[in-house]
Design a protein around this ligand. Structure first.
Ligand SMILES: [Zn+2]
Length: 272
């Protein structure tokens, strides 16, 4: 577990801080009013060289982390390629963690509706309690809802009773709103132990792990999120994005990831 944490903590060595970026922009000529995505792409042009290095390093880190984690963690869904024929692509599973959130969920529903894409939302129980109407809206729009624990605790550190409570309370809250208990679970921080896996098995729930990720819980910019995800997608069609951390980054990059993936011929489906 220590090694996993070490890999997760690797920081790009050539990172530009946001303050440096602002300073670089200060002397720049007038920025025309454009969509937030284009504005952010423009900002990213100033650090393109560095950023591409960071994004490639991120892909390397993620590949290493997945290779390290898969044999250690209990069985679960990793979105392996289901098709053996080279001319068929695996549909992308777009997943959104940490919601529902008033700054992102409704807007994401608009994006997904515009693009005719169904996704999977892993909700935190405490947020469900605060925003039940958002859970209902996601359910009515036909997306899949999964359990992301009650308090987003690191489950391997909790005792068995506490783990059961994290899972059961969230299942109950979702059931009260949508009428059915979720069958999917994503562990907070993507990590669970055998004991947690047993608890899920008793409840006939499946664990969903992670494929393409982007550190999008940090304000890295839309273009970096899109670039990092697109670099990892072939072979890692289980895409993880995060709600409620940086709203405009989450919404704009989701729209752009869908568009670029469609251009490459990918389709989308929720996890069932
Ligand atoms: Zn989470």
């Amino acid at each position: 577990m220590k090694l996993v944490e070490l890999v997760m903590s690797v920081k790009p060595v050539m990172s530009n801080s946001d303050d440096e970026l602002k300073d670089n922009n200060r002397d720049e000529e007038v920025v025309e009013p454009e969509s937030s995505f284009l504005q952010s792409s423009k900002a990213n042009q100033y650090r393109t060289g560095t950023h591409d290095f960071e994004n490639r390093l991120h892909k390397f880190n993620m590949t290493f982390l997945r290779a390290l984690a898969k044999p250690i963690l209990p069985a679960g869904y990793w979105a392996k390629n289901r098709y053996t024929r080279h001319d068929e692509q695996t549909p992308i599973n777009l997943t959104f963690d940490d919601g529902p959130d008033p700054t992102t969920t409704k807007e994401l529903l608009v994006v997904l509706d515009d693009e005719k894409v169904k996704g999977t939302f892993f909700f935190i129980g405490e947020n469900i309690r605060r925003y039940p109407e958002l859970v209902e809206a996601v359910h009515k729009a036909g997306h899949t809802i999964g359990n992301h624990s009650m308090t987003h605790a690191f489950l391997p550190r909790l005792n068995t009773k506490a783990v059961e409570k994290e899972i059961d309370q969230t299942n109950q809250l979702i059931t009260e709103i949508v009428g059915v208990s979720p069958t999917l679970f994503r562990a907070p921080f993507g990590i669970l132990d055998k004991r947690c896996a047993e608890i899920l098995k008793e409840r006939r729930m499946s664990t969903v792990y992670w494929g393409a990720m982007a550190d999008d819980f940090r304000p890295i910019g839309d273009e970096a999120v899109v670039s990092r995800i697109m670099k990892q997608i072939p072979g890692n069609e289980l895409v993880v994005l995060h709600e409620g951390h940086h709203a405009s980054q989450c919404i704009s990059s989701t729209r752009e990831i869908i568009r670029r993936s469609k251009e490459l011929g990918f389709t989308f489906e929720p996890i069932q």
